[in-house]
Design a protein around this ligand. Structure first.
Ligand code: AMP
Length: 507
């Protein structure tokens, strides 16, 4: 089954129901969404794109995002969502690697459409041509047939080797995730609304599927991103909103509630459910969030390779303060979500007893088909049907998973993943840099910030402003170090491997 069948069905069943909002303004009913996606599908096929070919979405959150995404699926194409914060060079790499034939972009991040090359066409989503593709011409009457294991979403995650890897997420994976939402995360009624304040290119955008299944409303804020006051306001006008947010964002929403002097009852008028995940949530922070805003939080743990589907710490678990193990539970990421099994294993793959720390493994219909044209990485990540997440953790006797550390040296800053190696590779190209090691340092606002330890070349004196400018030229802004520490030498073990633990201890 193709995910676009969900839209076709909702459009037939509830044609006049408001589906997509830009701020408080309804910009598409379900019928209009269906028609636009079907017209776009016809245009793309007419332009020569064949089922299975890739279409890049390099956009800020935009009310047309969902029409384009579903249009790509309607035509049997694979959507390649790209984080709007990436550097154009990084986007070009993804376009080349995925061999995308077409890209939809917003002009604020790609002012010059010819800057992206090698694609058949690059379309401005606010331009006249895109308008015509969506609103004029003949629609593709039937949704292209797709097998459940065909790729729907090619999601590029940063690789530890410094190069991003394309995660092949299938129609089955997303269908599983969508249906799992109702059982594990939240009930969704047709009058409900989901608001996209986090990037739609990530998990937040995938929550559109459950809300499409339910025929609910989809709201893109006018700011196109996160503005706490705007969200409270939108909720008051449209009815309580549901959303996904990284812990950093949850903190800012709670700050706003406090700044406005709101009671939990007031907060309930703006928010139905806030799903958090993607990075560790500190116990003190979730306690404060519950105290200020009431029981409207649910935690999930997942990763690009099993999108949004790993464990869940439900509203009920969070509220169960009388439970003797409540303290441990709210520090955990909860229990396995319905569609998957979770276990913790040692390096030999054997399950470890409760309490012992090992690597977290996931198995189920939400787990990716593999990495795009990368059989070695796929074979390393999925062994005997189990996804090796790279996260370290321990299960307790009740099945609650607590994450301990990440086996990779991933830095998570403001909910975004940053792989040190990628930043190191850039800095090593900068003039005057002999050696470099990048680690994360705890930060109350961002969760972690990027810190670079730099060993200068003999006789050179590193200029922090120049290093910063160099990074801005090569990688996304959010990945660049916020702090530099100049050292004579890096601590290393007998094999010459940099001791990152020692560096982390220093920061
Ligand atoms: P991504 O592939 O971008 O979704 O990042 C996934 C990684 O984020 C996971 O492998 C974890 O390391 C981390 N992560 C996701 N959810 C949580 C959570 N609830 N608590 C702590 N870390 C998380």
């Amino acid at each position: 089954m193709n995910l676009a069948h969900l839209l076709q069905r909702r459009a037939q069943e509830h044609p006049d129901r408001a589906a997509i909002f830009h701020g408080t303004e309804a910009v598409a009913t379900y019928a209009q969404w269906g028609q636009r996606s079907a017209r776009l599908a016809a245009r793309m096929r007419h332009a020569g794109l064949q089922p299975g070919e890739r279409v890049l979405l390099f956009m800020r959150n935009h009310p047309r995002y969902l029409e384009l995404l579903l249009g790509a699926w309607w035509a049997g194409l694979v959507a390649v969502p790209v984080n709007a914060k990436l550097h154009l060079r990084e986007v070009q790499w993804i376009a080349d690697n995925s061999q995308a034939r077409l890209a939809f972009v917003t002009r604020d991040i790609v002012p010059d459409l010819s800057a992206l090359t090698g694609l058949g066409a690059v379309m401005d989503v606010d331009g006249e041509a895109c308008e015509a593709w969506l609103n004029e011409g003949v629609a593709m009457a039937t949704v292209e047939e797709r097998a459940a294991d065909d790729t729907a979403w090619l999601f590029y995650t940063s690789g530890t080797t410094g190069r991003p890897k394309g995660v092949m997420i299938t129609h089955r994976n997303l269908m599983t995730m969508g249906m799992g939402y109702f059982n594990d995360v939240d009930h969704v009624a047709s009058g409900d609304a989901i608001v996209y304040a986090a990037p739609m290119s990530h998990g937040a955008g995938l929550y559109a599927i459950a809300h499409l299944m339910a025929g609910a409303r989809h709201v893109v804020p006018l700011s196109g991103g996160f503005d706490a006051a705007e969200l409270f306001d939108l909720g008051r006008q449209l009815g309580p909103l549901s959303m996904f947010a990284a812990p950093t964002i949850v903190k800012r929403i709670v700050d706003e509630a406090q700044a406005q002097g709101l009671t939990p009852g007031d907060c309930a008028r703006s928010f139905k459910t806030i799903v958090y995940g993607g990075a560790p949530m500190y116990v003190a922070d979730i306690r404060r969030a519950l105290r200020v805003m009431g029981p409207r939080f649910v935690q999930i743990y997942g990763q690009g390779e099993s999108p949004m589907t790993g464990t869940v710490l439900s509203r009920v678990h969070l509220a169960d303060v009388a439970h003797p193990r409540h303290e441990q539970r709210i520090a955990s990421v909860g229990v396995a979500q319905t569609p998957v099994r979770i276990r913790v294993a040692g390096p030999d793959g054997r399950s470890l007893p409760p309490g012992e720390v090992g690597e977290v493994l996931i198995r189920g219909d939400s787990v990716m088909a593999g990495y795009w044209r990368n059989p070695e990485a796929s074979a390393a990540a999925i062994r005997d049907g189990w996804l090796w997440t790279g996260d370290m953790g321990a299960l307790d006797a009740d099945g609650f998973l607590t994450l301990k550390d990440r086996s990779k040296d991933l830095i998570i800053s403001g909910g975004s993943n940053i792989y040190p190696r990628e930043v190191e590779e850039v800095l090593l190209e900068a003039p005057g840099v002999h050696e470099v090691a990048v680690v994360g340092a705890p930060d109350p606002e961002w969760g972690e910030i990027v810190v670079a330890f730099v060993v200068p070349e003999p006789g050179a004196t590193p200029d922090v402003a120049a290093l910063d400018a160099f990074c801005l030229d090569h990688i996304a802004r959010f990945k660049r170090p916020k702090r530099y520490v100049v050292v004579e030498a890096l601590p290393k073990n007998n094999y010459g491997k940099v001791l990152k633990t020692a560096l982390r201890a220093r920061v």
